[in-house]
Design a protein around this ligand. Sequence first.
Ligand code: KIV
Ligand code: ZN
Length: 564
Amino acid sequence: MYEGYKKYIPFQPVKLPDRTWPDKVITKAPIWCSVDLRDGNQALIDPMNLEEKLKFFKLLVDVGFKEIEIGFPSASETEYEICRTLIERDLIPDDVTIQVLVQCRPHLIQRTFEAIDGAKNVIVHFYNSTSTLQRKVVFKTDMQGVIDIAVEGAKLVRELTEKEIARTGANIRYEYSPESFSGTEIDNAVEICERVLETLGATPEKKVILNLPNTVEMSTPNTHADQIEYFCRHLKNRESAIISLHPHNDRGCGTAATELGIMAGAERVEGTLFGNGERTGNADIMNVAMNMYSQGVDPELDFSDIRHIRQVYEECTKMKVHPRHPYAGDLVFTAFSGSHQDAINKGVQYMQQSGTPYWEVPYLPIDPADVGRKYEPIIRINSQSGKGGAAFVMQQTFGYELPKAMHPEFGALVKAACDKAGRELKAEEIFDIFRTHYLEVKAPYNLKSYKLYEENTEENKPAVVHFEGNLRFGHQDHPLSATGNGPIDAFFNAIRGIGITDYSFVSYSEHAVGSGADTQALSYIQLKTSQGKTIFGVGMDHNISLASIKGIICAINRAVSDNG
Ligand code: KIV
Ligand code: ZN
């Protein structure tokens, strides 16, 4: 029996029957604070070295973060050095505030102030743990003991800040975290934060950031939202505080908890790119921001080159982004199912034809181009992909507009190749199938020479087209000569003259490929054999008439050699 579950205590939600957050909608980006260089970094098997941290810091600035927690300068010499390097090398843009984390311990607070000497904009972030469990098993103290630690910490932080401002004029702000907020009795969390606000002299003009960590995610995200709404409603000097979220992801709901927390009244979010961080990680800021983006809300962060962001992230952290990671994973803009592919195809066509200003493509919540991804990898073809899928790849990736009637024929060729390979095919492999079966079919019939010209026999009558040439087959050249009402008709008449009579013409379509001097005509010719089978041929040439004639020869060659 699997009975271990009996040892777990169910999470007790706060009582908030008149909650208002479920009716709220996110219409504005919160203040974002990246904690990649601290919470994310401390959770790496190999924490970043100086060079990696500097590279990551630049990436965060480029993405648009205005608040960046750079580390825990009092925790180690390396952390201290990173802070000093950023300041001394003048690497912090004027509109970016660095944030430094410190426990509520006097010697660590002192050292933190030494580390930030010379910085223009700083958030001093101090914290102590307040949770019921930590009070019981770690600190063995009551709530008053924990409040005293926070208040003493706040006094020292304020004193050192005021001295530093008087000395250097730096812009120093405060942040306090009741660590393990979500595991703290909610009224205790409110009380300790009120005491800290008072001690720091918070006012609506000099707001203090109150960061409410979901240090270990222990409940459903709606319960987290209730905690945030309850806190915002009960905090006495709410207007003197900026409420910040710091969700972790232990239950895999970090993104949801962040979104519901914003709906519940939070104005700021701490998290990391791709959700790196302790255990299962922190809130994934890229995910939350792109979710907003997909709802028509400006996230105020720029993920337009997600491959580059991901590359720097992977290089610095040595972590890998999962192939199914929202917006960033290798597979998130693919569709393996044929019905999905058909719907995507139709959505793209609808957008092109209707000129709609909105993104209206089924199965793709955002335009892949918005994160620097291309349509090219959207569809990978497997044996279940359906007849439209391969044609879609030909159109989107290579610009070949196969006529609709040709889709089943080409789809069957691709399906057979998939079955043979036992895996899905890449776009290039699909093109290879097209090349082998349509562009490189040269036998048994081969046009060795040709001449086409028009003749006007009578005024106001259509011109007569003459075709003359040589068709090689059976190791012999066969002279061709006939007239018709157009190049295709003349060629058909010419081959009938040498006994090739098994084929009738069904349909023709053509378009240009390439550009400038390289532009060629691509003709798709559908013929019917005397046994009633239809077959396509493709011809490509700079000369549009010759492209059609090549297409006819291709179709006949395919019929004869059973290349179809
Ligand atoms: O998760 C957490 O509680 C933290 C605090 C130090 C803010 O990282
Ligand atoms: Zn954390």
